[in-house]
Design a protein around this ligand. Structure first.
Ligand code: ADP
Ligand code: MG
Length: 310
């Protein structure tokens, strides 16, 4: 140990890498330390949650960071020893792209699961670069699925039943990436989930539309899935140089209190570049501020399994 460096005592039941960070470690050194740990597969393992957690990443606004949050949190948890499944429920298939999973038209995907009842085990793929992460891709075929689902029996339950039939014994986290609407696809995700994670972009009108989302969650709780709860809010694309971002963050924290993660995700070019390399920022540039903040957010989420927000 370098003289003068004091290790912080572990907080709570999780031995996490942030807690092992030497006090006074310069940011550049901690970035290098974490990057090396990611690259060598030496990240501290988080304990598995007591029960499998199914988290739906929803916000009917487009471009707020749903897909980015889904893949990067999933990757951050996978790198810390969790077994993670990502279900891509957006016809654009951006989550599949970022996980390096093929999803061209006709690829077996969530469309086949929902419309033809194909078992998840027959369409699930291994994510590139991340051994603990699997993905059910979405292809453009999903674009017409909502219309087809309208005529189907128990149409809100299609995904929930498919997940129940899938052997999730070894899966710790399921993340479901939703399209930017509150249609039948998102409804299927909510009915299949235990928790809702809402990414909120730090810009004006951030809270606009959230009332509608909350109403939808209440409706699902009342009629279809009483155990569903809004568990997590994550502030995304935070630009600390602007007063506006700070104001939005304060407003969101005042409104949602303890549901808002302390970690915020900074606006960072590396985060937006990673998908074009078929990667998450966690493997693309593990020491970058975006990667570090997703690792922090993932640890907070893992901690909430032991110490859920009030
Ligand atoms: P959604 O899934 O809600 O539509 P995305 O995750 O696709 O939103 O993000 C919208 C755009 O913003 C994408 O181009 C993405 O690369 C970019 N983006 C998301 N998060 C960040 C970030 N932290 N820094 C920079 N760009 C980001
Ligand atoms: Mg998206």
């Amino acid at each position: 140990m370098v003289a003068g460096w004091v290790f912080r005592p572990p907080r709570g039941p999780l031995g996490d890498t942030a807690d092992e960070q030497p006090i006074d470690e310069p940011p550049i050194a901690s970035a290098a330390r974490v990057a090396a740990a990611v690259r060598t597969g030496m990240m501290t393992r988080l304990p598995r949650p007591p029960r499998r957690r199914v988290m739906v990443v929803a916000n009917q606004k487009g471009g707020v960071g749903k897909t980015t949050t889904t893949v990067n949190l999933a990757a951050a948890l996978a790198l810390q020893g969790q077994s993670v499944l990502v279900l891509d429920l957006d016809p654009q298939g951006n989550a599949s792209t970022a996980l390096g999973v093929p999803h061209s038209e006709g690829t077996p995907s969530t469309y086949d699961v929902l419309i033809d009842g194909v078992p998840i085990k027959d369409v699930v793929c291994q994510a590139a670069h991340l051994p603990n992460l699997t993905c059910v891709p979405a292809s453009i075929d999903l674009a017409g699925a909502e219309m087809q689902m309208f005529g189907m029996e128990s149409r809100e339950w299609l995904l929930s039943r498919a997940l129940e039939a899938y052997d999730l014994e070894q899966v710790d986290y399921v993340f479901i990436d939703c399209p930017p609407s509150l249609g039948l696809l998102t409804l299927n995700a909510l009915v299949a989930a235990g928790e809702v994670l809402v990414p909120v972009q730090c810009e004006y009108y951030a809270l606009e539309g959230l009332t509608q989302l909350m109403r939808t969650i209440e409706m699902v709780r009342a009629g279809l899935r009483p155990e569903l709860r809004l568990s997590t809010i994550l502030l995304t694309m935070y630009d600390g140089r602007t007063r506006q971002a700070e104001q939005v963050a304060t407003e969101v924290r005042n409104y949602f209190g303890g549901l808002v993660l302390r970690s915020t995700i900074p606006r960072s070019v590396r985060v937006s570049e990673a998908p074009s390399h078929g990667q998450t920022v966690l493997t693309y540039d593990p020491g970058s501020p975006g990667a570090l903040s997703y690792l922090d957010a993932a640890r907070e989420i893992a901690r909430a399994a032991f110490d859920p927000p009030e």
